[in-house]
Design a protein around this ligand. Structure first.
Ligand SMILES: [Fe+2]
Ligand SMILES: [Fe+2]
Length: 307
């Protein structure tokens, strides 16, 4: 059995100090949003409790679907690197970036390269994570026993009032090929992407722009599980594909206190195994209790089998 934890949207705080030059335009608006709204939602004690819970339960691998940063300041990537180091070894943690990790156009070496060890595929050359050549990095594939984790990047800088994502034709073509090959080899395929991958799952200004194309690739090549974040909500959608039913799962923010609009922090555990020629995946939702002082099992569900 392979045990996988899924968490997302850490929005690590507090924000480091920033110069006036760094705060030009969109970052300044993001800073105000952090100070007057988001700071009260993303609580680092809650985050610590959630990570401790993952470690106590014990999993083989952690899938983290983006938004570790807030406004993509250089120091946020340094702080994020330290935080990822405490979360787990790069071989056991797979990351895909979110829109807050690409908040403004920003040199790769000063930003996402610092988390590159967590986004590099098994077959990528070691230097690729430092190159800034996103085209060479994504989609990446990590094979762990009979499970394959496929990391897709939807993180692109967007105008100040937008939080959309974009995958692009090159990644979509590569993804189609990867899904086909992994199916032929008998892998359980898990796609990781920050934005919800199907049309209509997010407001236009926050949505994946090429969700329709993404849906077509998933439908025609098949996938067992897609993990995403971004909406900071519990989400479970299904998609009929050429190779059976796919489950599309979104988790709340890993650091969130409960608000009127959004649920409290949660992580999902997937226990995946092959039994009698069929895949079985038992999902457990661990979330922050209403009292806010402990993590509890909120629900358990056996996801439909597929061939
Ligand atoms: Fe987020
Ligand atoms: Fe996001």
């Amino acid at each position: 059995m392979f045990k996988l934890a899924h968490l997302s949207d850490v929005h690590l705080g507090p924000l480091p100090p920033a110069s006036l030059r760094q705060l030009a335009c969109k970052r300044f608006i993001g800073l105000m949003s952090w100070r007057y709204r988001r700071r009260a939602i993303h609580n680092m004690d809650v985050l610590n409790r959630l990570v401790t819970d993952i470690k106590q339960v014990g999993v083989d691998h952690i899938a983290f679907t983006g938004d570790l940063a807030n406004i993509s300041l250089p120091e946020e990537f340094t702080n994020g690197q330290r935080w990822l180091g405490e979360l787990g070894h790069p071989d056991k943690v797979s990351y895909v970036p979110g829109n807050h990790d690409a908040y403004v156009a920003f040199p790769w070496e000063e930003g996402l390269a610092k988390w590159g060890d967590y986004m590099v595929g098994d077959l990528n050359l070691p230097g690729v994570r430092m190159s800034g050549n996103v085209a060479a990095l994504f989609p990446y594939v990590r094979q762990r026993r009979n499970v394959a984790l496929i990391g897709v990047s939807s993180a692109v800088p967007a105008p100040w009032n937008k939080a959309w994502g974009h995958v692009g034709q090159r990644q979509l073509n590569a993804l189609a090929d990867i899904l086909k090959k992994l199916h032929n080899k008998g892998f359980y395929r898990i796609v990781m992407i920050h934005h919800p991958p199907l049309p209509g799952l997010a407001k236009d200004r926050k949505a994946l722009q090429d969700a329709q194309d993404m849906k077509r690739v998933l439908e025609s090549n098949g996938v067992e599980l897609v993990l995403h974040g971004h909406n900071h909500e519990h989400m479970h959608n299904k998609l009929e594909t050429e190779t059976g039913m796919a489950h599309i799962i979104g988790v709340p923010s890993a650091s969130a206190v409960k608000t009127e609009k959004r649920p409290a922090a949660a992580w999902y555990q997937f226990a995946i195994e092959r039994r009698g020629g069929m895949w079985e995946n038992n999902m457990t939702i661990r979330s922050l209790a209403d009292a806010g002082d402990e993590m509890v099992t909120q629900s358990q569900l056996c996801l439909d089998r597929s061939d």
